[in-house]
Design a protein around this ligand. Structure first.
Ligand code: COA
Length: 185
């Protein structure tokens, strides 16, 4: 069975996602503002989420963490999915579920810590993600960490009654600078 470590990084900590976090996850994802740019089948149900969590316990292609503040308040989720150990690539995801913590630097510090761990401990060479064109917070976050847009998936998603472009962004190991400043108060 794989083991997630706890990653300590300045004013935040990434600790392994646990059973006890699943209620929070469901509440966060069911918040329309949090899931506006995500693609979950809503509403997310606790019983299904518990089954999902049991099923991923031995899944070596992913690592799931809860983002915690210094005083141990859980504020969001982050992790790698689809890790490809041959090509040394992984997709990441992130959501700060506690909206009062938005735009305060928490995602910057959490993503920077995850990426550093991925390049270091998992020996990844490339980390990537996709995001919808109008998810400005997500794009700003990734640019801040050093990700570059490397592809546009034209009219990829159905959003209401319009088709929306999706950007793919990638970060190479050699491009990552671990000295990104945080504005966490
Ligand atoms: C995307 C998300 C994780 C960003 O979290 P956050 O903690 O607010 O991000 P940070 O405070 O670290 O900010 C990172 C950068 O994005 C910018 N930013 C934050 N919110 C923004 C917004 N709504 N519009 C434009 N830029 C924004 C910040 O200004 C900051 O840049 P700066 O330091 O140069 O000022 C958060 O908005 C979220 O969880 N959204 C819902 C889930 C989601 O969309 N996840 C991403 C899916 S790809």
């Amino acid at each position: 069975m794989k083991r997630n470590p706890t990653i300590e990084a300045g004013k935040i900590r990434l600790r392994p996602l646990s059973q006890n976090d699943l209620k929070l996850k469901v509440n966060w994802i069911n918040d329309p503002e949090v899931s506006k740019y995500l693609h979950y089948e809503l509403p997310l149900r606790l019983n299904k989420t518990r089954k999902w969590f049991e099923n991923i316990a031995d899944d070596k292609s992913r690592y799931d963490f809860t983002i915690e503040t210094k005083d141990k308040k859980a504020i969001g989720l982050i992790g790698f999915i689809g890790i490809n150990y041959t090509h040394k690539t992984a997709e990441f995801y992130i959501a700060i579920g506690e909206k009062t913590f938005w735009n305060k630097g928490y995602a910057t510090q959490a993503l920077s810590a995850l990426v550093k761990w991925g390049f270091g401990e998992l020996k990844l060479e490339k980390i990537w993600a996709i995001t919808r064109k109008y998810n400005f917070a997500s794009i700003a976050l990734m640019h801040k960490i050093g990700f570059q847009i490397e592809g546009i998936l034209r009219k990829e998603k159905n959003v209401g009654n319009i088709r929306e472009d999706v950007y793919r962004l990638g970060l190479l190991k050699k491009e990552f600078k671990s000295s990104i400043k945080t504005k966490i108060p």
